[in-house]
Design a protein around this ligand. Structure first.
Ligand SMILES: C[S@@+](CC[C@H](N)C(=O)[O-])C[C@H]1O[C@@H](n2cnc3c(N)ncnc32)[C@H](O)[C@@H]1O
Length: 305
């Protein structure tokens, strides 16, 4: 007999540790979005920045705090720092979709000369400014990262975009602006939910009792989808954010259109492990086999521009 758990972490039903995107339950069944629009059509579309993160800004600011969420601290930031540390000394960094800006302080401690954060949520930018008021080399602005802005000016050595590419409606616009923000030798680093294994509402852990295997189930993958996620499922409030699922070719097509080439790739795994129990061996194995996040390092590629 097989059973499914609607969870992103094999241990989450045993240890009480649930990632924040999993606490935000999908609200309604999603419909596949149309295949990506042609570049001509896309460039004429104007996307209003989603208001979702402004509605949930207070909750997100508290969740992430000064040092990042559990996953930031244990998985995302260590992987990012390992890649960036050799090139951070004196670097000018743009933190795109910076949220409440916790990572800026860490980048400064690691040697960055200055860090500028942009985010569509005025409340999260206000939280970032408050948290980092003591350092005048940490600056922030409200901006829709999919629209051309003054920050996309070729003056940055490093562009960082953490846990946000799946939050923006216009991937090519985002990537083009990130490419424009970088100098010729600049590099970008993205970390995001691994689209092959994590898709809110459509990916689950399951248990095969016969074979004693914890398996990962993807109910769909190959078409783009816009998934509405309710922040506090138990409450009456309508706070929600939008998660844009895209299969890998959508990412690579948009990167190429923006003149960015992938030069490094890592799959990041959950650090969480279940408590000892009859399934724990299989759960640990699954946690080490199915990645949670995808990290890409990118460079501007003249051949693509
Ligand atoms: C999951 S949060 C990640 C924030 C931060 N990078 C972190 O790791 O804590 C996603 C962020 O993307 C921002 N965002 C979504 N759409 C955006 C857009 N079009 N332009 C700028 N920021 C956007 C949201 O406001 C939110 O702060």
């Amino acid at each position: 007999m097989k059973s499914n758990r609607n969870s992103e972490d094999p241990s989450s039903n045993r240890k009480g540790g649930t990632p924040f995107w999993e606490k935000m339950k999908p609200k309604a069944p999603s419909r596949p979005a149309a295949r990506p629009a042609s570049p001509e059509k896309r460039s004429s579309q104007r996307h209003a920045p989603e208001k979702g993160w402004d509605q949930v800004a207070q909750w997100y600011d508290q969740l992430v705090g000064d040092e990042g969420s559990d996953y930031h601290k244990n998985v995302i930031v260590p992987a990012v720092m390992k890649r960036l540390e050799p090139c951070l000394e004196g670097a000018r960094v743009i933190d795109v979709c910076c949220g409440q800006g916790f990572v800026g302080k860490l980048l400064r401690q690691a040697g960055a000369a200055r860090v500028h954060g942009v985010d569509a949520s005025p409340q999260l930018i206000s939280a970032a400014q408050k948290r980092n008021a003591a350092d005048d080399k940490l600056t922030y602005e409200v901006a829709d990262a999919c629209q051309l802005g003054a920050w996309a000016n070729g003056s940055y050595d490093v562009a960082l975009c953490l846990m946000a590419v799946h939050d923006v409606p216009d991937l090519t616009g985002l990537f083009q602006n990130i490419a424009r923000s970088l100098g010729d030798r600049g590099r970008a680093l993205f970390v995001f939910m691994h689209p092959c294994f994590r898709m809110p509402k459509h990916s689950h852990w399951g248990w095969d009792a016969e074979q004693k295997i914890q398996y990962r189930r993807m109910d769909r993958y190959g078409s783009e989808a816009k998934i509405e996620i309710t922040t506090h499922p138990g409450r009456k409030s309508s706070e929600h954010t939008i998660f844009y699922h895209r299969p890998l070719p959508s990412y690579v097509t948009s990167l190429s259109a923006a003149g960015l080439a992938i030069t490094g790739c890592e799959e990041l795994f959950s650090h969480r492990r279940s408590q000892v129990g009859p399934r724990s061996k299989a759960e640990h194995f699954a946690a080490e086999e199915f990645p949670m996040f995808l990290l890409w390092e990118l460079r501007k590629c003249p051949a693509l521009q």
